[in-house]
Structure formats: C-alpha cells, structure tokens
Design a protein around this ligand. Structure first.
Ligand code: AMP
Length: 283
C-alpha cells in the first residue's frame, strides 16, 4: 500500500526509522501530474531500493514570476494511482509552507553548469531546483535519487550538487520516455492545442536529423546547430529559445568537437505559450 505523507517531520521520521532498520531508500522527485516517464523512474527506483519515496511538489522557487506556477497541472488522485501501480511506498506531498516555513532564508546555488541554456532563459530556476532537491534529499534520507535525462542540464546540476556537498547519495539518470511520434512525455504537454501537439514532433525529428549528421562525421558546432534550426523551422510559427550542441559532460560549446567528445543536442522551443525542452546525447 502507498502511504501519503504531507509533513516534512513525519516523512523524515519514517525515513530515519527505515535507515536504522537497514533499508535502502530511493527517491523520485517530481512536480506531479505523473506520466509514464515518471513511472519509469519509479520502476527503476523499485528495482534498486527497499523503500521508494515519490515526492510531489510544485516548487515555487524554481518558477519565475512570469512562468506557469499558478496553472501548473495537478491531479493528486491520478498521481496516487500511478505511483502505487509503479511500486512506490510513500508519496510525499508537502504544501509550500511545509518546505519553506516563515523565516526560511537559504539558497543552494550551484555554479558552472547552471550558466548556459536554461540558465540564460530562466536565471533563477536552478537555484530553486538545487535548494528544493537538497532539502528533499535530507527529508527523505535517500541512498539513491532518480532523475530523467529529459531534463539534461538539471541532472547535471543535481550531480554537481551531490559532488560539491559530498551528499552520500547515488544519482541515477533514466532515459527519456517518448510518445509514439517521438514527443518526450511531459506534464506540460497538456497545455498544447491539438495543432501544437502535432507540431511538437519536430523537436525529436530535428534531434534525430542532427544525430544522423554527427554519425556521418560532422563535428562542427555551427553546422549541427544550423541543422537543428533548419529542421525546427519546417514547423510554422514556433519560437526557438535555443537549439545547441555542447560537450555532453561539461556543456562547453566547442567550435569543433573532438571525436572522443560526447555531444549533447539541446532544444528549448515555444509552441504558443508552452515552452518545451528536449535533448539527445551522441557518443
Ligand atoms: P517533473 O515532474 O517534470 O519535474 O519531472 C520529474 C522527474 O521526471 C525529472 O527528473 C524529470 O527529468 C523526469 N522526467 C520528466 N519527463 C520524463 C520523460 N519523458 N522520461 C523520463 N523522465 C522524465
């Protein structure tokens, strides 16, 4: 049975007791409105840990005032069923003042990998992510944490957070789950009109086209980014935030990538008011 816990104190008490009993704890941090991408993370956690905690928290700190915090989709009833079916033991569902009580005044700020791409478009976003993730790690006492490659830069930020603070937790990054047309599953896909949803397939199509170019020997960044943009622009009326190629391990934007370097192709594109991201790693 799945237990829903809403206070940080009770969640931490349960986690500490489980640890004392020798259990291995896995955590899957989410913002809810769960889909099969989240389910794949929960399954992976189930196979790794004795106790699986799924957290659902739409973290105000990681949204800018202009972003979609107030309209972010929620459905706790459906989430409970999905999390239970995927094998979670606990659903941790704090309200904002539970995570940030009056007087809360701390920011966890990760440098370096937070600067480009999402960091340019959403300058306060990763501080919000790092702050909430650090706190969730301490509340859940997790031994392993499961994140999706879908949010590639976020997974790198969490990796850096873990290393720099020497947090005794293993980061597991899980592959991106996609719908049949290649569109990466995302809670935000519900914002899309039917027409925009059809157009969104261009994201993965452009990633695959650029991947083919890399496979055929292209290592020049400009040529790869040109290829991404050209394919994206076959969809009418979209707005490219960034379409980039970078070193897969450092996010460095080299002019020419060495054959030994992994390349990550990164996209952020607006379809109407909905901003979608996707990526593909080529090694
Ligand atoms: P979110 O609820 O969107 O913040 O996502 C919670 C976690 O699920 C993050 O680690 C995401 O990277 C991951 N995730 C989101 N979408 C997918 C997907 N399509 N496939 C795999 N993981 C995903």
């Amino acid at each position: 049975v799945l237990h829903t816990i809403s206070t940080a104190a009770e969640m931490q008490r349960i986690a500490l007791a489980a640890k004392r009993a020798g259990k291995r704890i896995g955590v899957v941090p989410t913002m809810g409105f769960l889909h099969d991408g989240h389910a794949s993370l929960i399954h992976k956690a189930r196979s790794d840990a004795n106790v699986v905690i799924v957290t659902i928290f739409v973290n105000p700190l990681q949204f800018a005032p202009t972003e979609d915090l107030s309209r972010y989709p929620r459905d706790l009833e459906r989430d409970t069923e999905l999390a239970a079916n995927a094998g979670a033991d606990y659903l941790f569902t704090p309200v904002p003042h539970e995570m940030y009580p009056p007087g809360f005044d701390l920011t966890v700020s990760v440098g370096g990998v937070t600067a480009p791409f999402e960091g340019v478009s959403r300058p306060t976003h990763f501080n919000g992510v790092a702050t909430v993730v650090a706190k969730l790690f301490l509340i859940t006492q997790a031994d392993s944490a499961f994140f999706g490659q879908k949010d590639y830069q976020q997974a790198m930020v969490v990796g850096k957070l873990i290393r720099d603070l020497a947090i005794p937790i293993q980061l597991v990054v899980c592959p991106t789950r996609r719908d049949a047309d290649g569109v990466a599953m995302s809670s935000r896909n519900v914002y899309l009109s039917p027409e925009e949803r059809t157009k969104a397939a261009v994201l993965y199509k452009s990633l695959q086209t650029a991947q083919n170019l890399i496979t055929s020997g292209e290592r020049r960044r400009e040529a790869l980014e040109e290829c991404l943009r050209t394919t994206l622009n076959t969809a009418f009326g979209i707005n490219i935030d960034y379409a980039a190629a970078a070193d897969a391990d450092t996010l460095e934007q080299c002019d020419v990538f060495a054959t030994t370097q992994g390349i990550v192709l990164l996209l952020a594109v607006r379809f109407g008011t909905t901003r979608l991201i996707d990526n593909l790693v080529v090694r």
